[in-house]
Design a protein around this ligand. Structure first.
Ligand code: ATP
Ligand code: MG
Ligand code: FE
Length: 337
């Protein structure tokens, strides 16, 4: 089963061919980070223009690197949502045109299902499975009892983890996207500012990061006002410690409560060294298998969309040419259970 996956929901134009939903044959990602950097974040109009320029090139390159022709494929998958509507539509229209021209089935995939299924490119999923999804726009704990079944057991009530990283970075005048820089600074740091941990209600699996973000901003403003030197490394380390501690503790509690066989991390922030180390150590001690994809599969890519889309295809879930971009799309189970 050869599936082409296309992703264009934000600032990466990506295409990939995946075999049987588990094996990457090619994986091409064109990042736009350089174009958005000077604005300190993703500018939707600029993103759309880049996707228009890149999508055909990336798609052809993915086929070329896979050494396959369109007729060798079994289906085309594309991110349906959530994301920037203008950005989504470019990937979707490319996928529709390609599917129509080559008479291939079309599958619309949820971006976060993609992030989760990036893990299937590394090892088989074992159910029940708990996924910690931490990305630029999402922070969620998702319970999966089988393929295509998603139960949201907790989510952020305000900022996503990646969003908090990027905003804190901005306050520290660190270039966009700030996550990787703060991660590096935290590791180089020889000390840490103590920032609060936000646990919410005792039994809640929800998250909140806007209070932590404000604490960092206030700390910085107060120091500047008093004319004190700040140590950005200590701020980075203190911020990261708070994020990692809360994410790890809630994931562990959920893994115990739902008695899961496997825990996985997914999304851009799962590239975070501090978080990976913490989760690995915690679940090693707990005796629950834990997995996180290699860095390249944590951030947006086409392979993850092809992996999730392959499972949908196997389950007989397909779209038609009326497929439209859904910027606020919810993560719903596709097995209807
Ligand atoms: P979503 O997947 O929610 O739609 P997105 O696709 O924009 O959002 P991703 O591409 O999955 O998000 O992840 C990008 C985010 O990951 C950015 O916020 C970035 O700062 C963050 N990130 C990347 N690497 C790291 C890291 N090492 N540490 C912390 N954050 C990181
Ligand atoms: Mg991105
Ligand atoms: Fe993403």
């Amino acid at each position: 089963l050869y599936i082409l996956g296309i992703e264009s929901s934000c600032d990466e134009t990506a295409a990939s061919v995946v075999k049987n939903g588990t094996e990457i044959i090619s994986n091409v990602v064109a990042s736009q980070i350089e174009s958005h950097k000077r604005f300190g974040g993703v500018v939707p109009e600029i993103a759309s223009r880049h996707h228009v320029e890149q999508v055909t090139i990336v798609l052809e390159e993915a086929l070329k690197q896979a050494n396959l022709e369109p007729k060798d494929l079994d289906g085309v998958c594309v991110t349906e949502g959530p994301g920037l509507v203008g950005a989504l539509l470019i990937g979707i229209n490319a996928a529709k045109a390609f599917a129509f021209a080559n008479n291939l089935p079309l599958v619309g995939v949820h971006h976060i299902a993609g992030h989760i299924y990036a893990n299937q490119l590394m090892q088989p999923m074992e159910f029940p499975l708990l996924a910690l999804v931490v990305s630029g726009g999402h922070t969620e704990l998702v319970l999966m009892k089988e393929h295509g079944s998603f139960e949201l057991i907790g989510e952020t009530r305000d900022d996503a983890a990646g969003e908090a990283y990027d905003k804190v970075a901005r306050v520290l005048s660190i270039p966009y996207p700030g996550g990787p820089h703060i991660d590096r600074m935290a590791h180089e740091s020889d000390g840490a500012i103590k920032f609060p941990r936000v646990w919410l209600e005792k039994d809640s699996y929800d998250f909140s990061f806007s209070g932590l973000k404000s604490a960092v901003i206030n700390y910085q403003h107060n120091a500047v006002q008093r004319g004190e030197e700040i140590n950005p490394h200590h701020i980075a380390k203190g911020f990261q410690d708070s994020v990692v501690e809360v994410l790890t503790a809630k994931t562990l509690r959920a893994a115990r409560e739902f008695n899961v066989k496997q825990v996985i991390a997914a999304g851009g922030v799962s590239a975070n060294k501090g978080l990976r180390t913490s989760l690995e150590a915690t679940f090693k001690e707990e005796g629950i298998p834990f997995h996180v994809p290699p860095l390249k599969l944590c951030t947006d890519n086409g392979a993850m969309i092809a992996a999730a889309g392959s499972e949908m295809y196997k389950a007989g879930v397909c779209s038609d040419l009326s497929l439209n971009g859904r910027p606020g799309m919810e993560l719903l189970s596709w097995n209807n259970k």
